[in-house]
Design a protein around this ligand. Sequence first.
Ligand code: G6P
Ligand code: ZN
Length: 530
Amino acid sequence: MTLKVYTKATKPFEGQKPGTSGLRKAVKVFQQENYTENFVQCILSAMGGALSGCTLVVGGDGRYFGKEAVDIIIKICAANGVRKVMVGQNSILSTPCVSCVIRKYNTAGGIVLTASHNPGGPNADFGIKFNISNGGPAPDAVTNKIYEISKNIVEYRICPEVHCDISVIGKQEFLVDSRPFTVEVIDSVVDYVEYMKEIFDFRAIKDLLHGAAGQPLKVLINAMHGGHHPDPNLTYAADLVKAMQEGDYGFGAAFDGDGDRNMILGHKAFFVTPSDSVAVIADNTDYIPYFKKNGVKGLARSMPTGCAIDRVAEKKGVEVFEVPTGWKYFGNLMDAGRLSICGEESFGTGSDHIREKDGIWAVLAWLSILAGRNMSVEQVLHSHWETYGRNFFTRYDYENCESDPCNKMMSVLDAMSGDASMVGKQLSHGEKTYTIAKIDNFEYQDPIDGAVAKKQGVRILMSDGSRVVFRLSGTGSSGATVRMYIESYESDSSTYTKDAQEVLKPLVEIALQLSKLSEYTGRQQPTVIT
Ligand code: G6P
Ligand code: ZN
């Protein structure tokens, strides 16, 4: 029996503009009549000629509304000439796994159902993100196209008769408008696990855990989930930090809701700042078979990320790139064979094995390094700082502020970046004085396709290499979140064991004064410090 396709009239919804990482809104917004249907149709329409006959991967972090969204996506794909949809069993695929599956099966792309580190549940957030055929988040050109289409949409196509049981692994075949249409429900982890076994030496990791070379390593993992605020940092993963402080475990890690972010802790909750984590991995690739085989082509970080990885790149004699915040900016460099390992201060670490950041990969990389060097997390960090010096880094978040005053603050900072008289200005707090060497609003031209991204955050660069960065978060679903990033570099080994908060305090105070952040946000304290 051939199933019928219906064309349904609809009206545009405002604000279907994908942010840093897809369209993220309250569940209730997605539940409005036609809201999800519209956005899915816009994604498919934006694929243009690549749509008809293609295969798409669909899955997400299992949060509330995920299964309903899968159902809508399958029905809209069927009606739009998609040949096959590969769905994670019960709708579940981690974000790294979606990327892995897209690449392994050469599909045209995938739709990831997650709001990542935002809380889930009927009164919290949902998200829909489109990934392209390289397995990575759609670049600006694609998301802008989706947004443009969303502003003028008048109808969508749907095949309501396609009923699938996504709890059962295997293929389900349909005939839609006389065309074959397949839904293949796949295991949520098998492809990913196979790939990890190729990348890492599981035997070495197993020996480490079992204590083949000494004491067994006890590991504590918190795979955070949508009921809470699943953001792996010192504030939201406080229970992991507390458990690690008790000292029973030698290694701890937390992941966000969709498994792409990670936080690494050592014995007694020794914190590895993400900017250091990626630098350490880049410096220790000898212990990871994937890099021994493929070599390390280049390194990269997002602009606000601490610059520790730049020093590793310099020593290794490879290129290093500074891109805007957002994993999507790494994709072109990887596709062009110029980037192997990259990371972001926002607890994202990864490599060109896929085109998403990958929390589990980061943990396996760390375990490989601990096994290879027979050291603790803290010892690895100290040895890194002895070689390279230490980039102290901290980030202050002011979450859920009123949008207007925050936008105003950013435009005042932007104006400062155009004001030549700021250069050379001295700013003091206590004993410390910094001199402004440069202020700009970060702009990036993609070296591969020439695309330009403007106003990606105001950078205040000091003459001693210290930096202050201000930007607004692109992942919130309401209000504005201001992020202030502070970094300084020390090569005096007596400072290495100091607390980053203590070392950076004068620069934090200077940055707060310069930006008048408290006045604009009405906040005396950040909501999160990492
Ligand atoms: C997502 C992206 C990351 C990015 C982060 C920034 O997690 O995948 O690549 O670094 O958002 O978030 P923000 O809230 O600072 O815009
Ligand atoms: Zn995530």
